[in-house]
Design a protein. Structure first.
Length: 171
């Protein structure tokens, strides 16, 4: 009886292993879906302030300097300096909406920038870019990490717009 059970377990494990190998082969052959055309062809953008999202109800306004509008102000200035887009004064005048915000995940030291790219005509989210801010204890290092994360988010956007980003990349 024990031998029959071992044989059955061996057969089931062999079948499962073969199915997993086939599934992995199929998933590695799936090509990346295209980036929505609007992202690569847009000329005008509206920048929306998603502010700071704090899901754990602690005071976070002093964790990073600049207050809750800092992500918006810094991102706005970066997009303006880049010169790739004309910044629209209203969503209806734009080809895309860039909604920038900062999320505190479990505590202030675990934070992430989120940039949602929206179609202004439908409100559909076309793409999302996330960039974690590395935690740091000292205020000087928090500021350095904040700026580095904002720079990395901007670089990810530039790569996406130019078509050099992998459409399947998670950030």
């Amino acid at each position: 009886m024990a031998n029959k059970l071992r044989i059955v377990v061996f057969i089931l494990l062999s079948i499962t292993s073969a199915q997993l190998t086939a599934a992995q082969t199929e998933s590695s052959q799936i090509s990346s879906a295209p980036v929505p055309a609007q992202i690569e062809t847009a000329k005008r953008v509206f920048i929306s302030n998603a502010g700071e999202e704090n899901g754990f109800h602690l005071a976070t306004s002093n964790y990073f300097a600049g207050g809750p509008n800092r992500p918006y102000n810094q991102f706005y200035a970066t997009i303006k300096a880049w010169g790739h887009y004309e910044i629209a004064n209203a969503p209806a005048d734009a080809d895309l909406i860039f909604e920038i915000g900062l999320k505190y995940l479990a505590q202030p030291s675990e934070s992430r920038f989120q940039l949602n790219i929206l179609d202004p005509r439908t409100g559909v989210r076309l793409w999302t870019l996330n960039q974690d801010v590395q935690p740091a204890g000292l205020p000087k290092n928090r500021e350095k990490n904040y700026n580095a994360a904002m720079d990395a988010l901007f670089q990810a956007l530039k790569n996406l717009v130019s078509g050099t980003a992998s459409p399947s990349s998670p950030k």
